[in-house]
Design a protein around this ligand. Structure first.
Ligand code: MG
Length: 292
């Protein structure tokens, strides 16, 4: 286990009956939390929000059609439409930024980033976002919460004269998420056993298998039938802070009572906490074999 990050904190301590302030240095275990964006940190897909802004219809059908033929990696459908579909060809950088402004984020994302960064004694989790959505949309939606250099999204090249999208520079969907994660790891010098990945959809399958295989930790925030069985834990909530619960239980090693008191120290209260194990079953009638 590497103990590299040093941080300084001022604490109160009892010294022969006198309460004084003292500077302490503490070593903190560095971790990286990498999160998907669409429907993990937000409520609706970026593509839906952009389509509403453009006034186009049939986005879902187009995405389903592309997914059915597996032309692009799962999650990269919007990027494909932006490059090839006549209705989406008119999108410019400003439209993506505006769509980002309109995205409704899950509650308390700023607090989650803050607590992960310096609210858990002995641990520091750096927060990164890896999304198949256009980088401009994600950066604009997370403005003031996550710095742009902690966001990896799909990147486009624009025509200087017309502002039109000319080509795709890189897509962080499917296996592209593994590539982005590898880049983050080499930037921060953190092994996969100190990576937490959070996601909700089929575009996260590759990266979750990769993180699990090398002792990282994975959290699904949906009951997606391909993802939930792969993820170490599944958490369903409209509040981003909910992902703290499995992290505190399984990585930090807190008991439920300590988790509740950490939330309370931040002025929060866990109102409902139901643990259920979900089995997905489809049962059909089968004709009985003819008796001999
Ligand atoms: Mg998603």
């Amino acid at each position: 286990m590497r103990w590299t990050n040093l941080y300084k904190a001022r604490i109160f301590h009892e010294d022969e009956g006198k309460r004084t302030m003292k500077d302490i240095s503490e070593r903190r275990r560095p971790y990286v939390l990498v999160s998907d964006f669409d429907q993990t940190l937000s409520f609706n897909d970026s593509g839906m929000v952009l389509s509403e802004l453009l006034g186009t219809s049939g986005f879902e059908e187009k995405v389903l059609g592309l997914a059915r033929i597996n032309l692009v990696q799962q999650g990269a459908e919007l990027s494909y439409l932006l490059l090839h579909d006549p209705e989406y060809r008119r999108v410019r950088r400003e439209d993506l930024v505006e769509a980002g402004r309109r995205i409704r984020l899950k509650h308390n994302l700023g607090r989650l980033v803050e607590i992960l960064d310096h609210g858990i004694e002995g641990f520091q989790f750096s927060f990164f976002v890896v999304s198949a959505a256009p980088e401009e949309i994600v950066q604009s939606a997370l403005l003031g919460i996550i710095p742009p250099d902690h966001i990896y999204g799909t990147r486009f090249q624009y025509d200087r004269e017309t502002g039109e999208i000319q080509s795709i520079l890189g897509v962080s969907a499917g296996y592209g998420k593994v590539a982005a994660l590898t880049e983050i790891q080499s930037r921060l010098q953190v092994g996969l056993d100190h990576v937490v990945y959070v996601g909700d959809g089929s575009s996260d399958v590759h990266v979750m298998l990769h993180v699990n295989r090398l002792d990282g930790y994975t959290i699904a925030v949906s009951e997606n039938k391909y993802l939930a069985p792969i993820a170490r834990r599944t958490i369903l909530s409209e509040d981003s802070l909910s992902v703290l619960v499995p992290i505190l239980e399984d990585i930090v090693g807190f008991e439920p009572s300590r988790i509740r008191s950490l939330f309370e120290r931040h002025g929060l209260h866990i109102q409902e906490w139901d643990k259920v194990r979900t089995d997905f079953l489809t049962i059909r009638e089968r004709p009985l074999a003819a008796s001999a």
